[in-house]
Structure formats: C-alpha cells, structure tokens
Write a protein that binds this ligand. Structure first.
Ligand SMILES: Nc1nc2c(c(=O)[nH]1)N[C@@H](CN(C=O)c1ccc(C(=O)N[C@@H](CCC(=O)O)C(=O)O)cc1)CN2
Length: 299
C-alpha cells in the first residue's frame, strides 16, 4: 500500500482564504478589523521567522497586526505589564507571546496574565479547562489544525476509532487528546515512560506524534491503514546535501510510514502551515465573541 500525503499547506491556504473572506463582514458590522498582537522576547532565529510569518499572514488576511519585539533581558514584570496593556486595548482581539521565552521568565506566569478571551494560543489554564469540560473556548492552534486535517479525512465523528497521541505536553499532546476524545475516539496518551510503545502504536487507527524525536515512529510500528499526523519539526544534519547542510524531518519515518499507513502528513508541509492558519481563525473567532457576534461559519 502507498499512503496518501496529507497536504497541510493546501488545507491551510483554504482556511486562510475563508478567514480572509470573513473579515469584511466583521468590519461592516463593527467598524473595525480584528487585531492580533504578537510579542517576541529575544532573538531566537526560528522564533523571529515564525513571528514574521504571523505578521505577514495577519496583514494578508486583512486583519490588524501589532508586533512587539523586546530584548532578551527584559524583566518578566515588564513583559507581564505589556500583556496587561494589550488585555485592556480594545483594538486587540488576540494576544500571542511567542515561545520559548528566555530562561529567566516563567512561561506559566506570562500565559496566565493573558485575558483568556484574547488567548488565541489557547494555552491559558481557563481555556485548557474549557476544552477539558466541553465548554466553548480558544483551542491551541497546532492540535486544532491536526484535528481539521483528521476531520477532512475521517469525518467529525471518530466513534469506534482508536487514537494514540505520543507526547503529553500542555501545548500539543494533552489538548490533542481532548479534541480526539470530544470527537468520540478511544484515546491513549503515550510518552517516554510508556512500555512497548511500538505495540501501543500498532493498535491505533489514528497516530499523532508530538514527541520531538527525529523519525522515532517507524513504518513497522503502524497498523495497516492508519492515519498518521506528524507534529514533529526536527532539524537534522544532511551531509548528503553538502557540508554543514541540514534538513527538516518529523517524528515519523515518513517514507516507511507511506508503505503501511492510509495517509500521512509530511514534514515540512503538513501540520506546520496549519498552526498559523488556525491562529488567524482563532483571532477571528475571538473578535466575534468579544463583539457579541455569532461565530463565523465554515471555520
Ligand atoms: N506562542 C506560541 N509559540 C510557539 C508555537 C505556538 O503555536 N504558539 N508553535 C511553535 C512555532 N510555530 C509557531 O509559532 C510554528 C512552527 C512551525 C511552522 C511551520 O509552518 N513549519 C514549516 C517548516 C518551517 C521551516 O522550514 O522551518 C512546516 O512544518 O512546513 C509554523 C509555526 C513554537 N512556538
């Protein structure tokens, strides 16, 4: 069997187009555009690229983009003071603090300072609680993007399907498991201490790998016909491309997975592009809720 490649880039472009189309009606109803504030602390090269991409995508969608770049030695209290100003700013519907933060800052303290109704990352404990209890809230972008790709393939109801999420982070693994559970899948969360991980993965119709270990999930770990979502983005040495060259790989051995699975997301071009598209979607949703408007359809 040769599995299908799930093209996250194409899906993300479609979602961004739908978000963009919903901005004009919002502007007509409220007299303003949805606004997203992104805060970057320090000069981490990957974070700089992601923040730049977020700004570009926000503007392309017709929304207001407010970018705040702070030096790496900014005191935590100053960052929290900025977050509090953004909480109070009526033109800002969404606030995102780019992670990772410099070591002297407590990510949890900064995230908890964000107004939960502007927390477009969905990382605030209030949004985690809303997701766990089935209340409407803001859902983390990467897991929601994975769920959209899965729904597109398998439909909204995953009754009777078994799903394994490899990784238990608050940002991906745990919310991913909650979303799968809400869609009626039978969910296992596996992690570094799971005994016989290959056997656990072999039982799953749906595999979500979010563990941060290059190509850890091998083709012979997979159940024939499984749908595989690879969240990992790992940069590894690629001497075959020349001295000092690197390439990106996921947590799944992609070529091997294609031999057994039904469908697999590639890296790059799978889950990654969905993260920014869902961020725009969450900003639009937050803007509608804050304006007392019904949620836009088809998102
Ligand atoms: N506050 C947040 N911080 C971080 C998040 C997040 O969701 N919120 N996620 C990641 C970084 N990230 C967005 O911030 C992100 C990562 C990857 C991609 C992406 O499109 N990746 C491409 C490959 C890009 C490359 O060539 O390097 C792909 O997979 O195709 C988008 C966004 C950590 N921080």
């Amino acid at each position: 069997m040769t599995a299908e490649r799930i093209d996250g880039k194409v899906f993300a472009e479609g979602l961004r187009g739908r978000v963009s189309s919903a901005v004009a009606p919002f502007l007509a109803a409220t007299g303003r555009r949805p606004g997203l504030a992104v805060v970057l602390v320090g000069e981490d090269p990957a974070s700089q690229v992601y923040v730049g991409s977020k700004h570009k995508a926000t503007v392309e969608a017709g929304m207001m983009s407010f970018e705040h770049r702070l030096p790496a030695d900014t005191p935590e209290a100053d960052l929290i003071a900025l977050v509090e100003r953004l909480n109070a700013d009526e033109t800002v519907d969404g606030i995102l603090v780019q992670l990772p933060l410099p070591k002297h800052m407590r990510e949890s303290a900064v995230i908890e300072a964000i107004d939960p109704d502007k927390d477009v990352d969905g990382f605030h404990i209030v949004n985690a609680g809303r997701l766990a209890t089935g209340l409407p809230g803001l859902v983390p972008c990467t897991p929601l993007g994975c769920m959209m790709l899965l729904e597109d393939r398998l439909g909204r109801d995953l009754s009777g399907k078994s799903a394994v999420v490899i990784g238990r982070s608050n940002i991906v693994g745990k919310p991913m498991a909650q979303l799968l559970l809400a869609a009626n899948a039978t969910v296992t969360i596996a992690h570094s201490r799971t005994a016989d991980l290959p056997a656990v993965v072999r039982g799953a119709d749906i595999v979500v790998a979010a563990v941060g270990r290059p190509e850890m999930v091998r083709g012979d770990w997979l159940k024939p016909g499984a749908v595989v979502i690879d969240v990992g983005i790992n940069r590894i040495a690629a001497p075959e491309r020349g001295e000092g060259k690197t390439r990106l790989v996921g947590d799944v051995a992609y070529t091997e997975a294609l031999e057994t699975a039904n469908a697999v997301t590639p890296v790059p071009g799978g889950v990654g592009p969905m993260t920014i598209a869902v961020l725009l979607r969450n900003t639009l949703v937050a803007a509608h809720r804050r304006a007392g408007l019904p949620a836009p359809e088809g998102l």
